[in-house]
Design a protein around this ligand. Structure first.
Ligand code: GRF
Length: 213
C-alpha cells in the first residue's frame, strides 16, 4: 500500500470520499486514506469509513472556539502523519491558522467552475440553481487549493460539463458529481506523484500543450 497518507474531511453523504477509496482499492490511485474527519457525527459517509476500517474522527462543533478546532485538526493531521488534506463535501471553514500551518497541502472540490458560483453560502443545490438561473451553457467542477476564505484558492484541476435546456438543479448536480468523482482522485494522484508545483496563483500539474517525447 502507498505511503502517501491523506485525511479526507466530509460533512454528509461522502460520495467523493468513497470515489477516492474505490480508486485506491482498485489500485489506480497510489494513496492511503489515513483518517476521515467529519464535521457531523451523523454524516452517512462515516459508516462507509468504519466498514473499511478507516479511523474516523468527529470535529468539535462550530460553537467551539476556533483555537480548539485548529488544535483538533493539527493534532489529527500529525497523529495520522498526513501528507495531504482533502475536503470532500466538507461544509465548514478551515481555520486560518490551519491553512497557514499547511500551505498548499489542503485541497477542496467545488461543484462549479470557480471563480463563478463560489463563496460563502454557495454549496449543494444552491450552486446548480444559480448556474441555471444565470443561463450558463457550461458548468463543471473545480479542485482548488484551500485558502482562509471560501473558494478563493487557486485551481488545481477544472473540468466542464454541458448545461442542457431541460436541466433541473438535480440533473445538473448529477452530471457535475460524476466529473467530481473522477477529478478529485486525479488531483490526489498528482500530489501523490509530487507533480504539483505552486507558484503564486499558478498550480503546475505537468499538463502542457506539447506532447512530451
Ligand atoms: C459535492 O457536490 C461537493 O462538490 C460539494 O458537496 C457535494 C458533496 O457530495 N462540496 P459528497 O458528500 O461527496 O457526496
Amino acid at each position: 500500500m502507498s505511503d502517501f497518507a491523506i485525511a479526507v474531511l466530509i460533512s454528509g453523504r461522502g460520495s467523493n470520499f468513497i470515489a477516492i477509496q474505490q480508486r485506491i482499492e482498485e489500485g489506480s490511485l497510489p494513496a492511503r486514506i489515513a483518517c476521515v474527519i467529519s464535521s457531523r457525527a451523523d454524516a452517512p459517509g462515516l459508516a462507509y469509513a468504519t466498514e473499511r476500517g478507516i479511523p474516523t474522527l468527529v470535529m468539535p462543533g462550530k460553537e467551539q472556539p476556533e483555537e480548539k478546532i485548529t488544535t483538533f485538526l493539527l493534532e489529527a493531521f500529525r497523529k495520522y502523519d498526513v501528507a495531504l488534506v482533502v475536503l470532500a463535501g466538507f461544509l465548514r471553514k478551515i481555520p486560518r491558522a490551519v491553512v497557514e500551518e499547511w500551505p498548499d497541502r489542503i485541497i477542496n472540490i467545488h461543484p462549479a467552475l470557480l471563480p463563478s458560483f463560489g463563496g460563502k453560502g454557495m454549496y449543494g443545490r444552491r450552486v446548480h440553481e444559480a448556474v441555471l438561473a444565470y443561463g450558463c451553457k457550461v458548468s463543471g467542477a473545480t479542485v482548488h487549493l484551500v485558502s482562509a476564505d471560501y473558494d478563493t484558492g487557486p485551481p488545481v484541476l477544472q473540468r466542464c460539463v454541458p448545461v442542457y435546456e431541460d436541466d433541473t438543479p438535480e440533473t445538473l448536480a448529477g452530471r457535475v458529481l460524476q466529473v467530481e468523482h473522477a477529478l478529485l482522485p486525479e488531483a490526489v494522484a498528482l500530489f501523490a506523484s509530487g507533480q504539483v508545483v505552486v507558484s503564486g496563483r499558478t498550480v503546475r500539474t505537468g499538463a502542457t500543450k506539447l506532447t512530451q517525447s
